[in-house]
Design a protein around this ligand. Structure first.
Ligand code: FES
Length: 96
């Protein structure tokens, strides 16, 4: 497992290269949108601004530069941007 940096809407947290991005964001205390958690609905879509992920096969439509956080795992430092404000479950849980 490699330790990486995940930047979400300009806020940085520590992540890894073995868990789906959605799980990592949730563990950091963030509440990104999701529904199916398996690449079908597209609710977890965001823009990959920098870095790279391993995107599993997915049914949801993706525009160029978009990823599904439920079914993609970072392979290096990433910078992602949601088109909405991602709130925190408990701010103290975030590793900022
Ligand atoms: S939560 Fe449905 S595609 Fe990710």
């Amino acid at each position: 497992m490699s330790r990486i940096t995940i930047t979400v809407n300009g806020q940085t947290l520590v992540g890894n290269t073995h868990q789906p991005l959605l799980e990592q964001l949730e563990q950091a205390g963030l509440q990104p949108e999701f529904q199916c958690r398996n690449g079908v609905c597209g609710a977890c879509r965001c823009k990959l601004q920098k870095g790279a992920v391993v995107q599993e096969d997915a049914m949801a439509y993706l525009a160029a530069g978009e990823i599904l956080t439920c079914s993609s795992t970072p392979s290096q430092d990433v910078d992602v941007e949601f088109d909405y404000q991602v709130s925190f479950v408990a701010r103290k849980a975030a590793n900022l």
